[in-house]
Design a protein. Structure first.
Length: 277
């Protein structure tokens, strides 16, 4: 009720602006919190806490002294329960806020360990293992990553080889790498639609699709030919020689236009076999 009585503050320009900012900040925090916990056990915990709060109001209204006494003694512990039980979600919220564009100038960027990616790509190309690796730059792929299998694992060649091993559950999806960690696996990327080459497989279409919609750099190995391709800025460089892959990725990630041979060379011939490549 005190809040409703103070609505007259909007009549004062100074306090009105402060109150609007206050509401916007609180709304943003609530949205971030809900977006993070909506698919976790935190939702059930909050529903339980909300139920206890409603029971407290109910007990006070109807003068249920015993129930009111019990809930009054439980309430102080609820704050600690939220902090302890929702610790992973709270850490994720603060991490997401820290990655906002507003704070990026103050953050140290974690360099991606290209050696692990390059080595894994070389091995998979040699063995003709299909793979799709997306390296996040400035534009977050959070919406896509949330729909995939969450990993948040240390980037390593062995883990990449395990994920893309043939006939495994995550083989057909993409791996998304952010902040030098494997954020997720089994991600399904948007397909590029307007392509002249109808022979291009689904894996390469997905690589081009996400390269058109974000600034990510995508490394693809073909299951049919064993060739390596790199997509960025809506373009595909193909084929990329294994020995040139690291230099090419370094060049692109440093926002320079370069590539092995002819950087404007598109995918001229691609596998015509299985549709998932």
């Amino acid at each position: 009720m005190d809040f409703l009585k103070n609505i007259s503050l909007f009549q004062n320009d100074k306090f009105g602006i402060v109150m609007i900012l206050d509401i916007l900040i609180v709304s943003f925090l609530i949205y971030q919190f809900y977006s993070t916990i909506r698919r976790t056990r935190g939702v059930q915990l909050l529903l339980g806490i909300g139920l206890i709060w409603v029971l407290g109001i109910f007990a006070q209204t109807l003068n249920f002294e015993l129930l009111d006494w019990i809930i009054d003694n439980i309430r102080p512990a609820l704050v600690f329960a939220i902090i302890v039980l929702l610790q992973p979600e709270l850490r994720k919220i603060t991490g997401d806020m820290a990655r906002l564009r507003l704070f990026r100038p103050f953050l140290l960027k974690t360099a991606t360990d290209l050696d692990e990616i390059v080595e894994a790509s070389k091995i998979m190309a040699k063995n003709k293992t299909g793979s799709l690796i997306a390296i996040v730059r400035e534009h977050s792929l959070k919406d896509i990553a949330e729909q995939a299998v969450q990993l948040d694992a240390i980037l390593s060649t062995s883990l990449l080889l395990t994920i893309f091993k043939k006939n495994t559950a995550l083989h057909d999806g993409a791996v998304i790498i952010e902040q030098n960690r494997i954020a997720c696996a089994g991600a399904f990327l948007p397909m590029a639609q307007n392509l002249d080459d109808a022979r291009m497989g689904a894996r390469h279409r997905a690589a081009l699709g996400i390269a058109e919609e974000s600034d990510a750099v995508i490394v693809v190995t073909s299951e049919e030919t064993g060739e390596i391709s790199v997509c960025h800025d809506g373009e595909m460089i193909h084929p990329v020689k294994p020995i040139e892959l690291k230099n090419l990725l370094n060049t692109i990630l440093h926002e320079k236009k370069a590539g092995p041979g002819n950087p404007d060379k598109k995918l001229e011939s691609e596998e015509t076999g299985e549709s998932h490549d």
